[in-house]
Design a protein around this ligand. Structure first.
Ligand code: SAM
Length: 284
């Protein structure tokens, strides 16, 4: 028996659960609700790869849940041993319980419950060639997850959520990040707090706006740190946020569409801002 397996089989370290009425399972299922996530400061990540990514990047695991079918799987047992070593709980559950926890018919074999993490805005201090994306009231979990994934892909530094945004720790957003959530620092701020922070930031704040007069390709983004400010899906940037930008840029469009999707516009902007920093040779 391997070291990790012996550790895992110690009495009391793996609980076997088959009932949906088990109180631990009820608490985990409640994480589908934002109110409960906010209260507990926890969230759920599905899939062995994501759980391993999270453990590797230092996120704190509280509970590891795996399907009975995962018993004997070396990677699952290693993740379980790491959970126990971190003081977390390991649950071996039936397929039925795992489906209920993930609200999926064909759930992943492993689910991790992790502590949420935000960086205080005062500790966000972009310098050098740093790029942060600031999102005004992003509402769609798919958009937010896609943006976090794109921020990770281009090597930008983090995301600031301004005002009433969709929850980055909802199951839909976490899924859409495809694991990038664990590598991209998140901060959040009320609009006034962001404006106060912005006043002390002396890099470039580039806002995107359908009425922007500047072609996004004509700005020199390489002179120092950049904050890219993106507007809400329905309303775009409100006046007070638009007014705090050094540049209001626009991405030209040719067809009949009124605007680009928020995540697409963010991707276009990030690739332009980071253009000189992304030689093909760096790709996997
Ligand atoms: N009806 C909204 C408006 O009037 O602004 C459309 C918002 S658009 C779906 C969401 C955000 O994506 C915008 O606030 C802006 O940040 C960005 N965006 C979308 N298309 C853009 C474009 N062509 N140029 C600049 N920004 C764009």
């Amino acid at each position: 028996m391997s070291e990790s397996r012996r550790e895992l089989r110690a009495p009391g370290q793996v609980k076997e659960i088959t009932s949906l009425t088990n109180p631990i399972i009820k608490d985990i299922r409640a994480l589908a609700m934002k109110k409960f996530r906010d209260r507990e400061h926890l969230f759920m990540a599905e899939g062995l790869k994501l759980v391993i990514d999270a453990l590797d990047t230092g996120w704190t695991i509280r509970t590891l849940v795996y399907a009975k079918a995962g018993r004997g799987n070396k990677a699952v047992e290693t993740a379980a041993a790491r959970t126990v070593a971190a003081g977390g709980l390991v649950l071996e559950v039936s397929e039925k319980v795992l489906s209920a926890v993930t609200r999926r018919d064909n759930p992943q074999m492993v689910v991790g419950i992790f502590e949420q993490r935000y960086r205080a805005l005062k500790d966000v201090r972009p310098a050098g060639g740093d790029v942060w994306v600031a999102l005004d009231r992003v509402r769609d979990p798919g958009n937010l997850g896609t943006i976090i994934r794109t921020v990770d892909a281009v090597g930008a530094n983090g995301v600031i959520l301004i005002g009433d945004c969709t929850d980055p720790f909802s199951i839909e957003t976490v899924r859409a990040t495809m694991g990038s959530l664990f590598s991209v620092p998140l901060s959040r701020a009320a609009p006034q707090e962001f404006l106060g922070w912005r006043a002390r930031f002396d890099g470039l704040v580039a806002g995107t706006h359908l009425k922007g007069s500047v072609d996004y390709r004509t700005v020199d983004y390489a002179q120092g740190p950049v904050v890219l400010l993106m507007g809400n899906e329905q309303q775009g940037l409100p006046e007070e946020l638009a007014a705090c930008c050094d540049r209001l840029v626009r991405i030209p469009q040719a067809g009949r569409a009124d605007s680009l999707n928020l995540a697409v516009a963010t991707g276009v902007m990030l690739y332009e801002i980071r253009r000189g920093m992304l030689p093909l040779e760096n790709s996997a």
